[in-house]
Design a protein around this ligand. Structure first.
Ligand SMILES: C[S@@+](CC[C@H](N)C(=O)[O-])C[C@H]1O[C@@H](n2cnc3c(N)ncnc32)[C@H](O)[C@@H]1O
Length: 374
């Protein structure tokens, strides 16, 4: 049994806890920007392969009191690093959090790295090299008040980088946030799904992966645990094979994306090819004022430009009014969800929202606004 912590975007802890439960996690405890849980190695691999919301899954090695750099160094040296990191493998240390005496994450990480390689030298006469970009073993230290938690990062690069999106648009959503918005909307695969401002297609693509039961981790080159000394290649291959075998070959209902920008649609189509859903999801170059509903009812989910990254508030005000008009006139019977990082702009839509769900898009606090159109 291992103790794990899946890091997630702020506000998504409870949703991620549900996802982890559905994958078989035990002793689930949502915390701040993450969810603690327990399980075996199969679960660890399964979560990395299947979970759509987490950024990283950390395996806890230890937790100890930590007041200053000397205590940190001593406690890190007590860990039997040979079990996790042999000198022929490279390492990187990431530090988060702080206390009064350890208030620079770079310094904390350096202290931990020194403690590990010094211990390696003492026990084997050899030490691991540092590779901050693509290490074999990534170590995570978290300082909170007078306590330090040391973990191994089983994911490697963040899991939101699915690997199917080489081409990115002007302001793409992270894949994990797109998946979370879809889950928050309550959309089910038997309902038509439309994003009329789809950019590089992240929302329709994540909806397609969900509907076709395609594991989001299948497109990644590697996971952190693949270069751990205890990597079970047969188990990993079995889980991947099972994931491929369980994919569906037809969407239960239509999934569509449109955008006025030809290059965005080009990108969306390229991305759809990369994740094997090109023949399922339909992308078209259409300006918002020409968008027609593809069914009598369904879920429309989009993230319009909201000023932080694209356009000025004045130009955008007109655009939001137009969005409200199009929705009111043409999308009766649909459930509409709009991600907005700007409340003043969102109110210019001119529709009354039935729910506002707070979510973070990176560092930007946003609302997922829900509108029922009758
Ligand atoms: C914030 S981006 C959406 C990003 C997208 N969710 C992604 O992950 O790539 C907003 C998109 O709205 C599109 N857009 C802006 N005005 C539009 C209009 N009048 N009609 C259609 N699309 C429009 C832009 O081209 C842009 O791709």
């Amino acid at each position: 049994m291992g103790e794990y912590f899946a890091t997630v975007a702020r506000g998504l802890e409870y949703l991620a806890a549900q996802e982890l439960e559905s994958l078989g996690a035990r002793s689930i405890a949502p915390g701040f920007c993450g969810v603690a849980f327990e399980g075996d190695r199969t679960l660890l691999y399964r979560v990395n392969l299947w979970a759509r919301l987490p950024f990283r899954v950390l395996l806890k090695l230890g937790e100890f009191p930590c007041h200053d750099a000397q205590e940190l160094y001593r406690s890190i040296q007590k860990i039997d690093w040979q079990a996790y990191l042999t000198p022929d493998r490279t390492l990187a240390v990431n530090a988060t959090g702080k206390n009064d005496r350890l208030n620079h994450t770079h310094f904390t990480a350096l202290q931990v790295k020194n403690a590990i390689v010094d211990r390696q030298q003492q026990t084997s006469g050899d030490r691991s090299n540092v590779d901050t970009q693509s290490p074999d073993v990534r170590i995570n230290v978290h300082i909170e008040r007078e306590s330090c938690t040391v973990s191994l990062d089983s994911s490697g690069s963040s899991l939101h980088r699915r690997g199917y999106r080489p081409a990115v648009g002007k302001a793409p959503l992270k894949e994990s946030l797109a998946a979370a918005l879809i889950q928050l909307s309550g959309w089910q695969p038997d309902l038509t799904f439309l994003d009329p401002l789809c950019g590089s297609g992240t929302l329709p693509l994540e909806a397609s992966l969900t509907a076709l039961q395609i594991a989001p981790g299948l497109f990644r080159d590697r996971f952190g645990f693949e270069t751990w000394p205890d990597f079970d290649e047969l188990l990993w291959e079995r889980l991947r094979r099972e994931a491929i075998a369980s994919q569906l070959d037809r969407l239960p209902a239509k999934i569509l994306g449109s955008d006025r920008d030809a290059s965005a649609i080009q990108q969306a189509r390229t991305n759809a090819k990369q994740c094997g859903v090109a023949q399922h999801v339909k992308f078209s170059q259409t300006a918002l004022d020409r968008v027609e509903p593809p069914a009598d009812c369904g879920v429309l989910l989009c993230n319009p430009p909201y000023g932080e990254r694209l356009g000025s508030d004045r130009e955008l005000g007109e655009f939001y009014k137009q969005l409200g008009r199009v929705l009111k006139q043409r999308f009766k019977g649909w459930a509409v969800y709009i991600l907005s990082g700007n409340k003043a702009l969102a109110s210019t839509i001119g529709l009354k929202s039935s729910r506002q769900i707070p979510v973070h898009n990176g560092s930007i606090p946003c609302q997922l606004m829900q509108y029922e159109l009758y």
